[in-house]
Ligand binder design. Sequence first.
Ligand code: HGY
Ligand code: MN
Ligand code: MN
Length: 416
Amino acid sequence: MTGPTDNLRINGERLWDSLMEMAKVGPGIAGGNNRQTLTDSDREGRDLFKSWCEAAGMMLGVDKMGTMFATRPGTDPDALPVYVGSHLDTQPTGGKYDGVLGVLSGLEIIRSMNDLGIRTKHPIVVTNWTNEEGARFAPAMLASGVFAGAIPLEYAYDRKDPDGKSFGDELKRIGWLGDEEVGARKMHAYFEYHIEQGPILEAEAKQIGVVTHCQGLWWLEVTLTGREAHTGSTPMNLRVNAGLAMARILEMVQTVAMDSQPGAVGGVGQMFFTPNSRNVLPGKVVFSIDIRTPDLAKLNGMRARIEAEAAEIAEALGVGCAIEPVGHFDPVTFDPTLVERVRSAAERLGYSHMNIISGAGHDACWAAKVAPATMVMCPCVGGLSHNEAEEISPEWATAGADVLFHAVLETAEIAG
Ligand code: HGY
Ligand code: MN
Ligand code: MN
């Protein structure tokens, strides 16, 4: 099966306009977005996306995790659909393009097919996965993880945000609890277009990332138990200092990641002190360790070393230590046939390209467990993401969406 003719392109201006329109929903404080999952602004973004899908003639289905599936019918009702997805939820200080570019490029493909009068054998389903970020409710890629059968639905519903609100209650509250069984849908193939969120494509002056793999991940939630005491009157030798234990563990995570080079990362992004008062030694410190590498043995070795050394550090200070894995997926190899379609589309369209391993996790990582899946990437300025200053160019956005368009059409099979 060869790809479509090389004169097929999406409407880059319309895609950019839609990105800028969606960016107005749940604005941040520095030019980006704070459209966290299951908040009122997430609901507003979902409602806007739904209106656009319906205007493009698509039918919307929603599952019991709130994931949105907008379908453009194919000519063969028995043919499994080609899915094109990503996420509309953002980090609290997120950018305008992380996730959103993939969802709205899927919509742009449909809009372009409508303009060009293209029909395909397989239906095409544009997907907005709930809670890809995992910022409010851990873990990341929660809805796609339930869809792939890796995470139980009840576990997902019980996940709590820092204010103690549950995922299930918040999904109901915003009115996006759907009726479809999660994972009942079967996919012919899955594509996800995403900004790189790293510096490689820009540094190498490549327009397209042909994503062959994605690194694996562990999220380890550490709870340290000290003794609340006065920071002024408690002698140093009488302290049970959970804060000090946390600092030493943080330093150790950095050492483990550096010892695991090349191709490994480790760090901490979230931490809570209780009672979090300036002149009280913390009775409890809870923080989340994030480690990642494309190498499975190295990933599990890093986890084992961190758990062992954290226990030693805590014990030496008389601090209690409990570690709970709250997020995980093994390194992912994307489908070689689909990867080749992305590469040949970039060549046909005259876009520079290179193979790349995704540093960030994506819903495609779970989709790859249940269907042939792959990704397309575009550069981002300075490799910056999960920062309100996240930026891409309209040209970069358009090039990746063109490649996505061709790879999806080749897979969905143009029916004339
Ligand atoms: O954590 C991740 O890699 C993704 O941005 N949620
Ligand atoms: Mn993302
Ligand atoms: Mn993200």
